[in-house]
Write a protein that binds this ligand. Sequence first.
Ligand code: IMP
Ligand code: MG
Length: 182
Amino acid sequence: MLNDISEILISEEKLRKTVARLGAEISRDYSGKDLILISVLKGSVIFMADLMRAITIPCKIDFMAVSSYGSSTKTSGVVKIIKDLTEPIEGSDVIVVEDILDSGVTLSYLKKLLLARNPASIRVCTLLDKPERRKADITADYVGMSIPDAFAVGYGLDYAEKYRNLPFIGVLKPSVYQKTGV
Ligand code: IMP
Ligand code: MG
């Protein structure tokens, strides 16, 4: 698995510090609110698990699964709901927790869909942001780190469902996805 990684983009230590900072910001901003974190499966599970433990105020969690990718490294622009929330969000203060904001197509679709359910507020917290690649008109309210346009894997992020269990974020060698022909 490590042979497929060309460089470490974000170390475990740097991830810990980044998540701690985001948790502190959210705890400060949402004190006294009815906070619910919505994790977008599967990429954000590790981030979500660490982020919720870095939040010091009460919060609920829920999960949603959408798909826009297949095994390609480029967005298809088609977003499909695979799993919906278990609870209503009406009147709650929602933070959508994402692994990475790339074209923004997935998140702008999701945000519209959730807004129609009348939450008191809705914000986006993304671990990684690739601003150069943005197509949809969306910005995250909480950003862990901006990264250059390379394909990142690890700490939840996958390529064709692999590499999610790497404890750091690395750059996937282009030869890995070029040789599979996608
Ligand atoms: P967007 O709709 O283009 O913003 O795509 C968002 C989703 O694409 C993320 O939640 C990831 O699942 C996936 N994605 C985008 N860039 C990467 C990457 O560099 N590595 C792994 N997954 C990525
Ligand atoms: Mg994802």
